[in-house]
Write a protein that binds this ligand. Structure first.
Ligand SMILES: [Zn+2]
Length: 284
């Protein structure tokens, strides 16, 4: 282990010292985290690996999600829906690390004091989130598309080339909405637990509330618009030119209304981020 360490945020050089177990070492100047120590790292790794193995066996014995591989738009719609829920869980947990730390530990003024505009900073953060979203949704969906075409017949690519645009459209919509929402909520809440609570509220509580209002109290289907995940789903199903789940959740608002709600949410997030970043004072 080298005895010197350079702060990744402000380039200050520190000497490494022997510190207590399970401690966090921060830069003396900018408070960015330099490294942490964890005496139980091997135990923790074994515990995670063992739990993962148990879950892997269970998930193979009792499949949570079954996807009918028939190459249709419905298949990609279901795929995006299930993968998308996984992405949301991962983003809720990773958001504070990806974005929140810069606000929390004051690294942001140092990034912005370098020749980097606030827009570059924002774009970089959104790109990191976009990479996660696309690696888990669009990319596997495209692989499925090409695999299905190659395994069945080449005519699939000619007949169903619209699906390709549908997949890209759904992926783009998820990328834009989720990355803006994640960067905005992480910039606001900064820490993991509040982030998870906020995303649970947005994606689970609002959904339950809208289901109760529309299905239970028979109110206007427009109340379902507050369920953002349903909105992305309506728009995605429209991109793939398939019906959303009419049998499962009847009484849906129109796609146009869902698109307007998502657009407004994105604009609000962008406005908040612009104000937030402008508020960072940089002394040059
Ligand atoms: Zn520093």
């Amino acid at each position: 282990m080298s005895s010197l360490i350079v702060c990744h945020a402000c380039d200050l050089v520190h000497r490494r010292d022997a510190i207590l177990d399970r401690a966090r070492v921060r830069c003396v100047r900018c408070r960015a985290e330099l490294y942490r120590t964890n005496s139980a790292s091997i135990d923790t790794a074994i515990a995670w690996a063992a739990s993962a193995l148990v879950l892997l066996l269970l998930s193979n014995a009792y499949p949570l999600v079954a996807l009918q591989l028939n190459g249709s738009g419905e298949m990609y719609r279901n795929f995006f829906r299930f993968q998308g829920s996984m992405v949301i869980i991962i983003l809720a947990m990773a958001g504070s690390v990806l974005v929140g730390n810069d606000f929390q530990f004051g690294s942001l003024p140092f990034y912005l004091s370098k020749p980097l505009s606030p827009w570059h900073y924002l774009a970089g953060k959104c790109l990191a989130v976009a990479a996660i979203v696309n690696l888990m949704t669009t990319l596997p969906a495209l692989v499925l598309y090409f695999q299905y075409g190659v395994l069945t017949s080449w005519e699939y690519f000619i007949q169903d080339f619209r699906l390709l645009f549908g997949i890209l459209g759904y992926g783009l919509e998820l990328t834009v909405c989720l990355s803006l929402m994640l960067v905005a909520t992480a910039g606001w809440l900064r820490r993991t637990v509040p982030m998870i609570m906020a995303w649970t509220t947005i994606f689970i509580f609002l959904r339950l509330l809208s289901v109760a209002l529309v299905n239970g109290l028979k109110m206007s289907p427009r109340w379902r618009l507050m369920d953002l995940w349903n909105d992305t789903f309506l728009l995605g199903a429209y991109c793939l030119r398939v019906e959303p789940y009419k049998d499962w959740q009847p009484f849906q608002p129109t796609v146009g209304e869902a698109a307007v709600v998502l657009g407004v949410v994105c604009i609000l997030c962008l406005t908040y981020l612009t104000l937030r970043i402008r508020a960072v004072e940089i002394v040059r």
